[in-house]
Design a protein around this ligand. Structure first.
Ligand code: NOJ
Length: 921
């Protein structure tokens, strides 16, 4: 009976995948009591005031008390504890929780293992609180130092917290509860007659602790737009969800869910949740707000004038965007980032949640995936076709069908009888393999993993305390409790070569379905009253479940390699901190033009909120892309930080050589472009690893003052040097491209110059999408291809020097061994190239103790925008001349058929790891 039910449910699930998104399967805000309650509150509803302010352990600590204790329900409202801490570089942490000394029924969940340990080292120990009476207030406010430019104000009555500038007219930056929407539902003890259950469709949530939601308003000042809070398929600049002139929509939802065929324009929450919002405005200033909370969250962006009736007035000389944040559980643990530059905000956020892991070089190349490559022969054929068609690639992926009946860490013995040999054959060409390992474990008493997990008590429990049993790919399944560090460590051990039979050092991992997906669960996930270690309810930890799973797998790969091999783990679910553990992708998109278009705002948003290593399935997971769409997708995808083709098992095969010679050529060119730019990408990944600044960036991150860029999410920057404009419409042969700034831009393909600060109408032929190098930058490339990135290791470099109006340019190149952690001990090369006064100079950026050498030469130096026609160049310290030629621009094997002639210094003979100069004569 049970298996029959499962089969029926699986049929329903699979057939759903062929239809579009089933809205009714998921709760709307109206069907979510905490959201409905919070959304219906009116400004000024909060009656809490601040009292008992002190400095304790370097923090400002106070109580949040009811202004007029509620007579009827007096014992329900207990003082809350508030604390405000200050960290270097303009970060304020503001927390509110129940007072543990008053014995609440249980401790509310504080999300562990997200804030990096080094963050505490940045703490500024507050010594004193100043007081100031804000005009019109009856009681004083507390003011504390944040940095030389900023201070934080805790207003007592009405309760409000904000950061403001210290000088001038003390402009506000970001504030909380300025509209009095703060509400904190305290945990209660159930009494006779209380019915706290919540029902949705056929599911009942027992809610043993009753309502425990939190909501508050946050305002961003001097702001034109707000961005962030992934994961949604929607525009980059977030549209208002409520207010005058706006068609009221659902709030942006943050609740990790397995959504099939998601809509390309919706505030509905997808697989991951990052409650971090960034604002940006005309002044060029940026600020940010982050709420560390793993429960379901809903966020409204309120249209200007939404509060017209409220009587609340905020500084009128400052434009403002108001937002409403609502969460089902947890505590208030928030961070204010003062900016003021866009890159400052992402760095501030990264100092809290970490920067992205440095990927192995192979992971930045092209990945070929499909659900499923059928067997070893299929794998061998696909692999050899890449070579036959002269297309480099780095990784071949195996989806769930490679296992023995969806038992992870096993192989189907008929289809994949020789897994080690298969991996070794790929490895011989420098290629890797990735296999999928999901968090649901088949409940099969003869499956070693299930036996062990059951025996050791490693599963999440249902509300009655039994191992939770839900349906997923293998049928009846249980889910590893990833909240526990001990269980995570055990899980990590499953990846040792001994435990994972058939795995080799060139095998890496894909974590899917980790929202977690439960086919027969409420909203296709785990019931909120399921229990994790320490009695933590699933509702409290839900959005972080997949993060802990990703962490455990990634740490497992580090253990497997004895700390010598950088892990590669792709995850579908995300949470703040995910960037430390690997790459992510945007899930099950569709082979439609609009899905190609929305991939860019999605990737920009992820990058802005810490997760730079992301990409969308090239071609669209569901459906069959027409060749033109597939080609355009490769052309855009070649610039995604994570570059992978993937498809559902019902789709037709779509490897790049299956659509006729011309289309193969176009896709090959797109992939070649990526391989050519790998040195640049790798350098940018290192920048992200050091600072948190994303590889792919919105235009306004590089041009913060340029208003025309603020809502542009069709074009994007790769580093500070490349601007790429996707083509997202069928049959397009022309594009309008806005090129910001005062300097010129050079067409990547033919070197043609375009002036900045203008929208250009230009050809967008099928060969490529518009892409430009910014004048004033130097981009390192490798123009010769081999089968995979590692086989290109010894290939020479090309430097493309794009000169600005002062005939100057600068750029960087980072190189390490591409795989180990030795770079952390100084085994890397980091060069700075500067062109000035007719001389190109290479200098060392690495500290003196850094040690890595490379025999690689710089083979060509291409000068774009050089004003005179020199004949040769002089190279020092080699003390020799190098030839200069004028001709059409070359990109790898491609020679531009039109466009300007460019100047190339051929074979200067200089090494990439040394100091040298090349002087134009
Ligand atoms: C869902 C994932 O999103 C998709 O990429 C994968 O192919 C299937 N699960 C099967 O594992």
């Amino acid at each position: 009976m049970r298996s029959l039910l499962f089969v029926i449910s699986l049929i329903c699930f699979c057939s759903q995948t062929a239809l579009s998104w089933k809205k009714e399967e998921f709760r709307s805000c109206d069907q979510t009591p905490f959201c409905k309650r919070a959304r219906s509150r009116t400004p000024g509803a909060c009656s809490l005031i601040v009292g008992d302010v002190s400095i304790t352990d370097g923090d400002l600590v106070a109580k949040l008390l009811p202004k007029t204790p509620n007579q009827d329900d007096g014992d329900q409202i207990k003082p809350l504890v508030l604390s405000l801490s200050v960290y270097r570089d303009g970060i304020v942490r503001f927390r509110v929780d129940e007072d543990h000394s008053l014995n609440p029924p249980k401790k509310r969940f504080r999300v562990p293992d997200v804030v990096v340990s080094e963050f505490e080292e940045k703490k500024i120990w507050l010594q004193k609180v100043a007081t100031e009476t804000i005009s019109g207030d009856t009681s004083p406010s507390s003011v504390v130092y944040v940095s030389d430019g900023y201070e934080a104000v805790v207003r007592h009555d009405p309760f409000e917290v904000y950061v403001r500038e210290k000088s001038g007219d003390r402009r506000r930056v970001v504030s909380l509860n300025s509209h009095g929407l703060f509400d904190f539902e305290q945990l209660g003890k159930k009494t006779e007659g209380d019915n706290w259950e919540e029902k949705f469709r056929t599911h009942t949530d027992s809610r043993p602790f009753g309502p425990q939601s939190i909501s508050f308003d946050v305002s961003f000042y001097d702001s034109s737009f707000v961005y962030g809070i992934p994961e949604h398929a929607t525009s980059f600049a977030l549209k208002p969800t409520k207010g005058p002139g706006v068609e009221e929509s659902e709030p942006y939802r943050l609740f990790n869910l397995d959504v099939f065929e998601y809509d390309h324009e919706s505030p509905f929450g997808l697989y991951g949740s990052i409650p971090f919002m960034v604002s940006h405005g005309k002044s060029g200033k940026t600020c940010g707000f982050f709420w560390l909370n793993a429960a379901e969250m809903q966020i409204d962006v309120l249209a200007n004038g939404w509060d017209a009736e409220s009587g609340i007035s905020l500084p009128s000389g400052q434009s403002r965007i108001d937002t409403l944040w609502m969460s089902e559980a947890g505590i208030v643990d928030t961070f204010f980032f003062v900016g003021p530059e866009p890159k400052d905000v992402v760095k501030q956020y990264a100092s809290v949640t970490g920067t992205s892991a440095m990927p192995q070089l192979f992971a930045t190349g092209y990945h070929q995936c499909r659900w499923n490559y059928k067997d070893e022969e299929d794998v061998a054929q696909v692999d050899s076709k890449f070579d036959e068609h002269d297309i480099p690639y780095d990784v071949l992926w195996l989806d769930i069908e490679h296992t023995d009946g969806k038992r992870y860490f096993t192989w189907d013995s008929v289809l994949f009888p020789h897994p080690e040999e298969m991996q070794k054959k790929l490895a011989a060409k420098g290629r890797k393999m990735v296999t999928i390992v999901d968090p649901h474990i088949k409940r099969d008493d003869s499956y070693f993993l299930h036996k062990e997990a059951t025996h050791m008590g490693h599963y999440v429990k249902d509300s009655s305390g039994k191992d939770f049993d839900g349906w997923c790919w293998p049928g009846s399944s249980s889910y590893i409790d990833m909240l526990s560090p001990e269980i995570r460590e055990w899980w990590g051990g499953r990846f040792s070569y001994k435990n994972y039979a058939g795995s080799t050092p060139s095998l890496y991992i894909w974590n899917d379905m980790n929202e977690p997906s439960v086919f027969n669960g409420p909203e296709v996930t785990m019931p909120r009253d399921a229990l994790h270690v320490g009695g933590v309810e699933h509702r409290e930890v839900h959005n972080a479940y997949g993060y802990y799973f990703h962490m455990a797998t990634s740490d497992g790969l580090v253990m497997r390699g004895e700390g010598k091999d950088r892990p590669f783990v792709l995850s579908r679910a995300i949470f703040p901190g995910t960037q430390r553990y690997g790459a992510i992708w945007t899930g099950d998109n569709t082979a439609e033009w609009e899905h190609l278009r929305v991939s860019i705002p999605m990737i920009l948003t992820l990058g802005l909120t810490g997760i730079t290593f992301s990409g969308a399935d090239i071609g669209g997971f569901f459906g069959n892309p027409e060749p033109e769409l597939l080609v355009r997708w490769y052309q855009v995808g070649a610039y995604y930080p994570f570059f992978r083709g993937h498809a559902h098992h019902d789709t037709k095969r779509r490897e790049p050589w299956l659509f006729g010679e011309r289309n193969t050529e176009l896709m090959r060119d797109a992939i070649h472009t990526r391989y050519m730019l790998l040195p640049y990408f790798y350098t940018l990944f290192r920048e992200a690893n050091l600072t948190g600044v994303p590889v792919v960036r919105p235009l306004w991150m590089e041009f913060p003052q340029d208003e025309a860029t603020f809502s542009n999410d069709e074009a994007f920057m790769v580093g500070d040097g490349l601007l790429v404009q996707g083509v997202y419409t069928k049959g397009t042969t022309h594009a309008s491209v806005y090129l910001p700034g005062k300097e010129s831009w050079f067409d990547l393909r033919n070197g043609k110059t375009y002036v900045g600060g203008k929208t250009h109408k230009m050809d967008a032929p099928e060969e490529s999408i518009p892409a430009f190098q910014k004048a004033g930058t130097i981009i390192p490339r490798k123009d010769r291809f081999r089968r995979s990135s590692s086989q290109m290791d010894n290939n020479p470099y090309t430097l493309v020097v794009a000169l600005n109006s002062s005939q100057e340019a600068a750029g960087e190149l980072y190189i390490d061994d591409g795989k180990s952690f030795e770079f952390r001990r100084g085994a890397y090369i980091h060069r700075r190239f500067v062109f000035s006064n007719g001389v190109l100079t290479s200098t060392n950026l690495a500290p003196p103790q850094a040690r890595l050498s490379s025999q690689c030469l710089i083979d060509r130096i291409i000068l774009l925008g050089h004003s005179s026609g020199p004949k040769s160049a002089f190279v020092e310290p080699l003390n020799q001349k190098a030839e200069i030629e004028m001709g059409p621009l070359r990109m790898g094997g491609l020679v531009a058929s039109s466009g300007t002639k460019v100047l190339t210094i051929r074979k200067p003979g200089v090494r990439v790891d040394q100091d040298w100069t090349v002087k134009i004569l």
